[in-house]
Write a new protein. Structure first.
Length: 224
């Protein structure tokens, strides 16, 4: 019961926090704006925006226990496969948490410092913000996050096909959606590092929604 409810509640929480950030902060479109504008809008969001970012980060790390519980549910699947899937799933939760947690703790400081910063200090703040955005946001949170989440979904899909706990169609859906999500992790790799691969940028939101629906479907099937 706890696993089923968690599988339904988590994607709802993910998307609710994301929608709140879109309304309060124009996220992720705001990231295409100059640093000074991003930080000004962040500061204007106040404590409500901080709490939304904090909740979003916590919802990412809450994925870890769900991964562990789901592996325990898939009786009959290969134990080595489940062990690898569990490890990768926990890593997916960790890297996404690390990518998001900068917003409620590091970015508020930069926003305060940018309010009356000299040109030289403003330039330094820009370098810090953009560097952490590339490192924690793009590399850790998005690249590794999508890669690990997609790989975990593929492995869980295969395990579901080996187990009697879930119908085969959910296993196949996990493999397909997970593979697409893993491919989306290549958006900023190699020659696309600067601007990103447009096709991956267009597919990623659709793949993420499909993954959310798949995760909730797992919960519904286990619940009924």
């Amino acid at each position: 019961m706890i696993l089923a409810v968690s599988l339904i509640a988590l994607p709802v929480a993910f998307n609710a926090f994301f929608a709140a950030l879109a309304v309060l902060f124009d996220y992720p479109n705001v990231l295409r704006k100059p640093t000074s504008e991003v930080l000004a809008r962040f500061g204007a969001g106040g404590s409500r925006l901080l709490l939304v970012w904090w909740g979003f980060a916590l919802s990412a790390i809450a994925f870890a226990p769900v991964v562990v519980m789901l592996s325990a549910e898939l009786a009959g699947a290969d134990t080595t496969l489940l062990a690898v899937a569990t490890t990768i799933g926990v890593l997916a939760a960790l890297v996404q948490f690390l990518g998001l947690v900068r917003w409620p703790f590091m970015v508020p400081y930069l926003a305060r410092e940018s309010e009356q910063a000299s040109p030289a200090r403003a330039q330094a703040i820009d370098v810090v913000f953009q560097s952490f955005n590339r490192y924690l946001g793009v590399a850790v949170g998005e690249h590794l996050g999508y890669l690990f989440t997609g790989t975990w979904s593929v492995l869980v899909g295969i395990a579901a096909l080996q187990s009697d706990a879930l119908p085969a169609w959910l296993g196949i859906a996990g493999v397909v959606i997970g593979a697409v999500l893993a491919l989306c992790s290549l958006e900023f790799v190699g020659p696309f590092e600067r601007e990103g691969l447009k096709l991956a940028g267009a597919v990623t939101p659709v793949a993420y929604i499909a993954w959310s629906v798949w995760l909730a479907a797992l919960g519904v099937v286990l619940l009924v």
